[in-house]
Design a protein around this ligand. Structure first.
Ligand SMILES: [Zn+2]
Length: 635
């Protein structure tokens, strides 16, 4: 993606050519006359709540979005005794993970994720990205981007971000590199990307900084943590992770990996907090495999498993188990198909020929030989599971003999959708199993028992919980402090906070912050200044819209006829005739009163006043604030 595109909808910040529009009248400029401006719909203008439209002296010079017009963050040049850590995303949310590690030699960027947005928060927005402005301003100092693993909250931002920060080289492990490249293919306009594949326990020197990787257990292969060498100890970053364990005793492999890490002098440990609100140890994935093995083996009739395509290892395991019992696999959902393709390309596993069959061939086999893996376990409307459940799928429909397993937990915010999915599924009299009814899901993130164990191995001087909402960071910190970690060495960060550690001992939170407001991806547009668009969408979704169409005689200032009103989502017009006729009268009076003083008649000015008057009136009458859009036609 090239330079930030300005979204349509926020007219006041638009870097538009300042073209003068021919006006249907000529005259002596009077005091209220504004400079001619490009015609825009009223709802796309910034205007004060009352009074006259806001003046901008040189709109054509101000091409920066409003909240980018703040001054550049200038931070002091670092010496070799100081390290700087700037979380750019992921410490106030689950998702859009990104951090800048700044040393004397340059900046290392860790992860570049995005966050999916729920409808209520930002209607119509596809994803939220970390704010990369500090990196854009300092792109000449970026040494590389290190990606810990292939989940979208760590790689999803790459196609939108990489070009903006100077297209630095990407370092990651093999499977992740395949996933990044596969996604990159969907953005053919982007420049080629340089990806260096690192080994497990690999080591690379970039711009004089040595970075080591260490393997971690997560729900996708080739997940890694990072250890960045500095003069006063290593900066250790966990990535997403959990522990492989049996009855809360970590396996030998974990013991070995983490003990090795603890041999270094570690300055700070930055660690996953996603599951830190849960104590003890998480359910071992081995137990989940065992449960799913039993289900695949024993279920009579068809088996439909809904899971996340990001649960890469589980998906592979399901296919292998099905093969073991001579069953056929049908995959439903693009992300599942893509990830199976990537698994094959990455030699992680290759299904036997004939194991995966197209859904059209389901009828060629007895039902108990069929396992369907489907997307949509979060109740997504357009995903496979919901389409089958609502009889919208072209080849698959449920029968009473089917068993559906939801092999995932409910992501917070999706409760209502998942409930709807369960109800729709059960209307078909199927058998339903989910993570609350049996061990069919475990998470990729460790509980505090695991996190404390890791911390004790790493033995850092400082500790910073990351990857989670603020509450999760707090729980994580509390657990570490309870286990004996010194409270004063814990850093609970916000996005954009500038953290410095000097001489390996002195901690400083700088008073300057770098920009951290979310950057939105709205279709093909990226920007961090779409508050106006979002606010419009929110107000449309809550109180609807109210369009006024009136024809004004530019000579007399009188309305040609009673104004037309079009409204959606506001009130039921047919039952509100009284309100409508009063509003029409108000519109007529307010346009004609304003116009009577004007020569020439300034429709822009009238529109803006009219909007305020009608908004106020409708609010008094209905307690609602529909978006009022006046369309005045001068004749
Ligand atoms: Zn992950």
């Amino acid at each position: 993606m090239n330079a930030p595109q300005t979204p349509v909808g926020d007219g006041s910040h638009k870097p538009q050519p300042h073209k003068r529009r021919a006006r249907p009248y000529t005259a002596h400029p009077r005091s209220f006359r504004k400079p001619a401006r490009t015609e825009r719909p009223a709802n796309q203008r910034m205007r004060p709540r009352s009074g006259r439209p806001q003046r901008r002296n040189h709109p054509q010079q101000d091409t920066r979005p409003r909240n980018q017009a703040v001054e550049k963050t200038v931070l002091p040049v670092l010496d070799e005794d100081t390290v700087r850590i700037i979380p750019l995303g992921g410490v106030e949310e689950v998702g859009r993970n990104m951090a800048a590690i700044e040393l004397k030699e340059g900046i290392l960027v860790i992860d570049a994720g995005f966050q999916f947005v729920s409808e209520g928060v930002a209607p119509g927005i596809d994803y939220i990205l970390p704010n990369t402005r500090y990196l854009e301003e300092n792109k000449h100092r970026i040494l590389g981007v290190f990606i810990t693993h292939g989940h979208l909250d760590h790689i999803g931002g790459i196609p939108f971000i990489l070009d903006r920060i100077g297209n630095p080289p990407v370092y990651t492990q093999y499977l992740t590199s395949l996933m990044i490249k596969k996604r990159h293919e969907e953005f053919p306009h982007l420049p080629a990307m340089v990806v260096h594949v690192m080994e497990q326990n690999g080591r690379v020197s970039v711009g004089g900084v040595i970075i080591k990787t260490f393997p971690v257990t997560h729900s996708i292969p080739d997940s890694m943590g990072l250890s960045i060498q500095t003069k006063h100890g290593n900066i250790v970053i966990s990535g997403d992770l959990r522990l492989e364990h049996e009855d809360e005793i970590p396996t030998e492999k974990e013991e070995k990996n983490w003990s090795a890490l603890g041999k270094d002098k570690n300055l700070i440990f930055i660690a996953d907090s996603t599951n830190a609100e849960k104590g003890g140890f998480s359910i071992p994935e081995a137990r989940v495999y065992k449960t799913i093995d039993d289900i695949i083996k024993n279920v009579k009739g068809r088996l439909i498993i809904g899971t996340f395509s990001s649960q890469f290892e589980r998906m592979v395991r399901i296919i292998q188990t099905a093969e073991q019992y001579g069953k056929k696999i049908v995959t439903e959902g693009r992300s599942i198909k893509t990830n199976i393709e990537i698994a094959q390309r990455g030699n992680i596993f290759t299904p036997k020929p004939g194991t995966i069959i197209p859904s059209e061939q389901i009828g060629d086999y007895p039902p108990d030989k069929i396992v369907i893996i489907a997307t949509g376990s979060q109740g997504e409307e357009s995903a496979a599971l919901m389409r089958i459940a609502t009889k919208k799928h072209k080849t698959i429909s449920f029968t009473e003999r089917d068993t559906v397993v939801l092999s995932s937990s409910v992501i917070p915010g999706n409760e209502v959708r998942v409930q709807k999915l369960k109800d729709n599924l059960l209307r078909h009299n199927i058998t339903l199993m989910h993570y609350r009814s049996s061990d069919v899901h475990s998470t990729g993130h460790g509980n505090t028992g695991e996190l404390v164990w890791m911390q004790k191995k790493v033995k850092p001087t400082f500790f910073m919980p990351a990857y989670g909402y603020h509450s999760m960071l707090r729980y994580h910190a509390a657990a570490q402090i309870a286990s004996g970690f010194p409270k004063e060495n814990v850093i609970i960060a916000d996005n954009g906070m500038v953290i410095e550690i000097k001489n390996g001992t002195e901690l400083l939170i700088r008073k300057e912050k770098v920009p951290s407001g979310p950057m939105m991806v709205d279709g093909f547009t990226i920007g961090d200044m779409q508050e106006v668009v979002i606010r419009d969408r929110q107000s449309l979704s809550s109180d609807g819209m109210f369009v006024i169409i009136a024809t004004v005689n530019l000579r007399t200032g009188q309305l040609k006829k009673s104004p037309d009103i079009i409204s959606r989502g506001f009130i039921y017009l047919r039952e509100s005739q009284g309100l409508l006729s009063e509003t029409r009268l108000l519109i007529k009076k307010s346009v004609e009163d304003l116009a009577s003083d004007m020569n020439p008649i300034d429709l822009e000015y009238i529109k803006s006043n009219l909007t305020d008057t009608v908004e106020r009136y409708l609010f008094q009458k209905t307690s609602k604030r529909p978006m009022v859009i006046p369309v005045l036609i001068g004749v």
